[in-house]
Each structure stands twice: as C-alpha cells, then as structure tokens.
Design a protein around this ligand. Structure first.
Ligand code: HEM
Length: 237
C-alpha cells in the first residue's frame, strides 16, 4: 500500500469551489439587507454552485472511477449496514465514497441545484420559489453540517486525514485501486470556465434593469426581488 491517486482534479476543484460558493453566498444572504448591493452579489455568487453541480453531473457519468455516480450508488440496505457498523465499530474504511457519505453527497447535489434554481425563479416573480429557496437552503445547511461532522468523525475513527486527500487527490491504497490520470488539463479548463462565468456575471450586471447576462449564452437573468403576481404594481417589462 502507498499513497495513490483516487480523486481526479476536476472533482477536487468542483469540491472546493462548491465549498467556497456555499459559504460565501450563505454568509452574504444571512448578513445582507435585501435591498443592498451585497444581496445582489449573493444572487450572482449563488448561480455558481448551480453551474458547478450541472458540470459535476456530466462528470458523474464520464469521469474517473471514484468520481462516477455508479461507484457510490448504495442501496438503503447498505446504508443501514454501514450505520449499524458505525454503532458496533465494525464499519470498514473506504477508498472512494462510502454508503454514509454517498447519501449526503446526493442530497447536497440535489439541494444545491434546487437552491440555485429557486433563487433565480424568485426574481421571475414566482412566489412558490421563495418558500422552496428558504426550505432547500436551510436543509442544505443541515446536510453540510452533517457532512462536515461525518468527515471529522471518519478522520478520527480511521486515523486518516480525508480532507487532505480532497486537496492532494491521494489516499493510502494498493496500486490497482488507483486512477490512471488526474486529468489536470480538464481540471484547469473547469477552474477557468467557472472563474470566467462568475466574473462575467458580475461585469454584465446592469444596475438600471437589475439584471445580468449569462456569458456565451446571452441569457438575461433578472436579479431584482420581483413582487408577487397578486400585487397591482407588477413591474414586468
Ligand atoms: C470545510 C468544509 C468541508 C470539508 C472539510 C469537506 C470535506 C470533504 C471530504 C473529505 C470529502 C470526501 C468524502 C468521502 O471520502 O466520501 C467530501 C466530499 C464532498 N463534499 Fe465536502 N467538505 C466540506 C464542505 C462541503 C460543502 C460546503 C459542500 C456542499 C455545499 C460539500 C460537498 C461535498 C460533495 C458534493 C462531495 C462529493 C465530492 C464529489 O465526489 O464530487 N462539502 N468533502
């Protein structure tokens, strides 16, 4: 056994950009006044995790061994066995995602997408979106806390710094368990693409129309808090 490559670079970049996007947009939303420019920044930053998850879904079907969804699809029975194993101290160490983390991961991917999309729909005046945005964002915070507690618990239990492996991509395993390449070029393209999109969303912001434009696609994204459809002063234009 030696330290071999497990997580490719696109997966690692996805993870840390998602973490930054989550904490920055959550901090902005929890501290900013809804009329402030900081809140507008929250709406722009909040688009980024949604885009990241869409790219991660593509990578989940096309990526390397442990990044593929099929490598961490576990039945509810496997989850029960894993939880029972935690209870009696017999749950095994895992190379890729384990049954416990996999359910949290799928929940986070779904909730991030729901939070980003519902956030965008609020500005379109869809009232139900506001409630969905609130519910999904608080649920996401809960799952993220559970995820971090799980990571700390696993690291202590197995004496292995798995957070570090999300940076280096490496874990203690046998050579035949390693992935062949970390796909560094794709990882860099991924990083540049997300940075470019986020930067352009800020640059394209128009304070008069309270909207921005998605780079490359030319789609206008309204960012003003639209009043509900039952208001007389509906300002659609
Ligand atoms: C500082 C806080 C965080 C740490 C230390 C951390 C650490 C980790 C680690 C070690 C893994 C691999 C788990 C495994 O072996 O199964 C992982 C996976 C993951 N984490 Fe985190 N995480 C953090 C924050 C977050 C946040 C805020 C989110 C979501 C908003 C998140 C979403 C995910 C996802 C989706 C995966 C799966 C990665 C993939 O396969 O693409 N993490 N995290």
């Amino acid at each position: 056994m030696s330290r071999v490559l497990i997580w490719d670079l696109p997966t690692r970049i996805f993870h840390w950009l998602l973490t930054i996007g989550f904490f920055v947009s959550a901090a902005m939303a929890l501290t900013a006044n809804e009329e402030s420019s900081l809140f507008t920044a929250h709406m722009i930053v909040g688009i980024m995790p949604g885009v990241l998850v869409l790219l991660r879904i593509v990578w989940g079907f096309t990526g390397t061994r442990y990044a593929r969804f099929t490598s961490f699809l576990f039945s509810p029975m496997s989850l029960m066995r894993y939880i029972l194993g935690i209870w009696n101290g017999s749950e095994p160490r895992s190379i890729g995602h384990n049954a416990g983390s996999s359910y949290a991961i799928f929940a986070m991917l779904g909730l991030v997408l729901a939070t980003s999309v519902s956030g965008l729909l609020i500005s379109q005046g869809i009232e139900a979106a506001e409630e969905l945005h609130e519910i999904s964002s608080y649920l996401l915070m809960l799952v993220v806390v559970a995820h971090i507690v799980g990571v700390v618990w696993y690291s202590l239990r197995h004496g292995e710094n798995i957070t570090l492996s999300m940076f280096t991509g490496r874990k203690e395993a046998s050579a035949d368990e390693a992935i062949a390449s970390s796909h560094p070029i794709l990882g860099m393209v991924f990083l540049l693409l997300i940075s470019f999109v986020t930067l352009r969303l800020f640059q394209n912001y128009n304070g008069t129309t309270r909207s921005t434009t998605f780079p490359g696609l030319g789609i206008t994204i309204p960012l003003g808090e639209s009043e509900g459809s039952d208001d007389e002063d509906n300002d659609d234009d």
